[in-house]
Ligand binder design. Structure first.
Ligand code: 5GP
Length: 176
């Protein structure tokens, strides 16, 4: 059992289980994109650890870049405007794999994909370490899933609770 701020968490997925699954995801990607050029796009902050471990197992000709989703107040008529920060790579005609830590409702991914599609990539796939099927109401189910998990809050391996706990090397689930 561990404590992060005011909440107690228990071990849910060990570092060994994560490492095994990350290897298996990379094996699938290596096979599916054999002889293709891929741009991996990792979504910060949560995916930094997953992206780093995954890329060590990927043996494709590839680029990796890191983006952040941001939402700001535009004008009165535009309301809130979503933008992707940090995308400088040319995606036109290229295969894109989005690397995410967790897909919950899927609404963040809806926004990311609609912004990425404006760059005319050849294909867009989603690789998410964690997926909460019971919470999902999005338009884009992940194509590569590490673990499908119940609808309970998790921290560690990049995922935070109020910005704390990202450095934990395993995934912990909240103890109610
Ligand atoms: P969405 O609901 O749009 O799919 O996910 C939005 C964001 O909520 C995720 O990128 C992630 O940052 C956060 N999130 C969703 N579920 C969890 C969880 O169980 N733990 C943590 N730490 N963050 C989560």
């Amino acid at each position: 059992m561990i404590q992060v701020l005011d909440k107690t968490f228990e071990i849910f997925i060990t570092r060994e289980e994560i490492a095994k699954e990350v290897k298996s995801l990379a094996t699938e990607l290596n096979a599916d994109f054999k002889n293709e050029e891929v741009v991996f796009i990792a979504v910060l902050n949560g995916s930094f650890m997953f992206a780093s471990d995954l890329m060590k197992e990927v043996d494709l000709v590839s680029e990796i870049t890191f983006i952040k989703m941001s939402s700001y107040h535009g004008t009165e008529s535009t309301g809130r405007v979503d933008e992707l920060i940090g995308l400088n790579n040319d995606l036109a005609g290229k295969h894109v794999v989005i690397v995410e830590d967790i897909i919950d409702s899927g609404l963040t991914m809806n926004k990311i994909i609609s912004l990425l599609e404006m760059e005319n990539p050849k294909s867009v796939k989603i690789c998410s370490l964690l997926y909460k099927p019971e919470a999902f109401t999005g338009n884009h189910k992940p194509d590569y899933i590490g673990f499908s998990i119940p609808n309970a809050f998790v921290v560690g391996y990049g995922l935070d609770y109020d910005e704390k706990g990202r450095n934990l090397d395993a995934i912990y689930q909240i103890k109610e």
